[in-house]
Design a protein around this ligand. Structure first.
Ligand SMILES: Nc1ncnc2c1ncn2[C@@H]1O[C@H](COP(=O)(O)OP(=O)(O)OP(=O)(O)O)[C@@H](O)[C@H]1O
Ligand SMILES: [Mg+2]
Length: 134
């Protein structure tokens, strides 16, 4: 697998979330994603970015354009040094929230991605990587 392009952005504020949505959309267009797939990856990015700000105390996102065996994809890695998640399985459940939200962000992001991985532990922060292939 080849990383064609990589850039990292801060995820600290609601304005950053808007910028991330735009950057992910632009990369997806460049990679030739159709409108449905653009919207899927942008929506997933938006949910993970919001969580990074709201629960992670801010962090970073790395946006990577990938090529593997002739197919192209977009990989997003959200990382923060916040409190972490004690029970990942519980946090992934539809409707689970500690912040008065709908509890659909993590589960939605997983459904909208082809690959989803999460590493998190109390005191260790949270790192979530998603990939969507064309
Ligand atoms: N980066 C993070 N750091 C710490 N806890 C997190 C992080 N992201 C998610 N969580 C925890 O996982 C829970 C579920 O997240 P999810 O995005 O699914 O729902 P929500 O943010 O509560 O609501 P919604 O996204 O639907 O508005 C959160 O309420 C929070 O407890
Ligand atoms: Mg959320």
């Amino acid at each position: 697998m080849t990383v064609l392009l990589s850039d990292q952005r801060a995820v600290q504020s609601a304005e950053d979330v808007v910028g991330i949505r735009q950057a992910v959309r632009q990369r997806a267009v460049e990679l030739g994603f159709n409108l449905v797939d653009q919207t899927k990856i942008v929506t997933a990015a938006s949910e993970l970015a919001r969580n990074t700000v709201q629960y992670g105390g801010g962090g970073t996102v790395t946006i990577e354009a990938l090529e593997d065996l002739g197919r192209r994809g977009l990989r997003l890695t959200f990382a923060d040094q916040g409190p972490g998640i004690a029970d990942i399985e519980l946090a992934m459940k539809d409707g689970y929230t500690t912040g008065g939200g709908l509890g659909l962000g993590l589960s939605g992001a997983r459904r909208l991605s082809n690959d989803f991985s999460i590493e998190s532990a109390p005191g260790q922060g949270t790192r979530i990587t998603i990939t969507r292939w064309r």
